[in-house]
Write a protein that binds this ligand. Structure first.
Ligand SMILES: [Zn+2]
Ligand SMILES: [Zn+2]
Length: 166
């Protein structure tokens, strides 16, 4: 742990399985240990549930104080697997997809595939959001709202704008 070196370093975060942040700087500013989330009651973890690597917390840069909301990372930077709070939401959105009788099985499959790309911010995100929007236009507005409720915390601002217009 390099507290005083000149380099930037990532702290380790403690986050509940639903993605509520308990402590984004658990190394520099340890809090009394708390096992369960005070918001939702689920376990608080500080390690990846797949590989056991630390969950990346806030970046400390000497001389720089970062203020404002901090969002937990979506994917483990050790193994690349989605953290539980992302995996759960992806699963919920996929289950919702399977309930949409108005879509063909092929469209359901495409919608599910685009979900993974929607939450990853990468070159395929734009493709995914166009596909998502096109397929979603075949369902009712309450379905679009349902997806929004599930995904609102895990997709980027630009994806939100492109799909739901806000
Ligand atoms: Zn929680
Ligand atoms: Zn991992």
């Amino acid at each position: 742990m390099r507290y005083s070196s000149g380099e930037s370093w990532y702290d380790t975060a403690q986050v509940c399985l639903n993605g509520h942040v308990f402590n984004s700087t658990s190394i520099r500013h340890p809090k009394p240990n708390q096992k369960f989330c005070s918001v939702c009651g689920l376990d608080i973890i500080s390690k990846c549930t797949d590989c056991g690597g630390n969950i990346q917390g806030k970046l400390h840069t000497p001389g720089v104080t970062v203020v404002g909301r901090w969002n937990p990372p979506s994917y483990c930077h050790h193994c690349g697997k989605p953290h539980p709070w992302i995996a759960e939401k992806l699963n919920a959105a996929k289950e919702l997809t399977e309930l949409l009788d108005e879509l063909t099985p092929e469209e359901q499959e495409q919608l599910k595939m685009s979900l993974d790309d929607l939450v990853k911010d990468g070159p395929r995100t734009v493709v995914a959001q166009s596909r998502f929007k096109r397929i979603l236009s075949k369902t009712g507005p309450e379905i679009a709202t349902g997806f929004k409720d599930i995904l609102v915390d895990v997709v980027s601002e630009s994806v939100k704008k492109a799909i739901w217009g806000q």
